[in-house]
Design a protein around this ligand. Structure first.
Ligand SMILES: [Ca+2]
Length: 225
């Protein structure tokens, strides 16, 4: 295995050295296992109570822009909020595009998605159709790759332990759902997608049968065997 990686590196070096004009045009050498194609740790998220740590937080005061979407009212200081309180309105219903650009969430999509400090929450107690979709993993090579998707997942204490996984844009997930057995505690989760493409996205779908509220952090997509 080590030898193979070394030979790949050697081959890459030779190709790179002999053809330095644009190595991306003809990528003859496969990316090594572990190459990161996508990473989001939600470190732009600032507002809201920390439900998992059970700590109070701060929440901005919002006003509506000319399109009726929420932006931060910079004239007012942020206000104290409970661990259970979201830091924003629903990203894809209430929040302005400028806010989503600032939070690096403009290329994601979903329904009932909310800011928390350093992570996000998906779903509400009453909703049954909440979901979150990643951006396309455009760094995956055109010819496709098997990838590992890893993330930290937690759930609202009274919510379903299951979050359903759907793949959009090519590829087959190794799981139909993932589980967080322990309430309000982070669980490190991984699954694989066989045959992922640069158009592939992951949909994280709340349990449609009852309260499906979950929290997500540290999403990393990397090359698998
Ligand atoms: Ca984070």
């Amino acid at each position: 295995m080590k030898k193979r990686v070394f030979l790949s590196l050697l081959a890459f070096t030779v190709i790179f050295a002999s053809c330095s004009k644009d190595e991306n045009d003809d990528r003859d050498v496969e990316d090594p296992v572990g190459t990161v194609y996508f990473e989001e740790r939600f470190d732009k998220m600032e507002w809201g109570g920390d439900y998992i740590a059970n700590e109070r937080g701060l929440r901005a005061v919002y006003i509506q822009n000319e399109d009726g979407k929420n932006i931060i009212d910079e004239s007012q200081p942020p206000v104290d909020c409970a661990p259970t309180t979201d830091g924003s309105g629903d990203f894809y219903y209430h929040m302005a595009d400028s806010y989503l650009i600032n939070r690096r969430m403009i290329d994601w999509d979903g329904d009932k998605v909310y800011e928390r400090p350093g992570y996000i929450k998906v779903g509400t107690g009453a909703s049954r159709n909440a979901y979150l979709v990643t951006p396309s993993f455009t760094e995956i090579p055109e010819e496709g790759a098997n990838v590992e998707v890893s993330f930290n997942l937690a759930r609202w204490t009274t919510a379903s332990p299951q979050v359903f996984i759907e793949i959009v844009g090519g590829g087959t997930a190794s799981v139909e759902y993932v589980e967080t057995p322990e309430p309000a505690a982070w669980e490190a989760i991984t699954f694989t997608i066989n045959g992922a493409t640069p158009e592939t996205k992951v949909r994280f779908v709340c349990d449609p049968r009852y309260d499906g509220r979950f929290f997500l952090d540290d999403v990393v997509v990397s090359k698998a065997e």
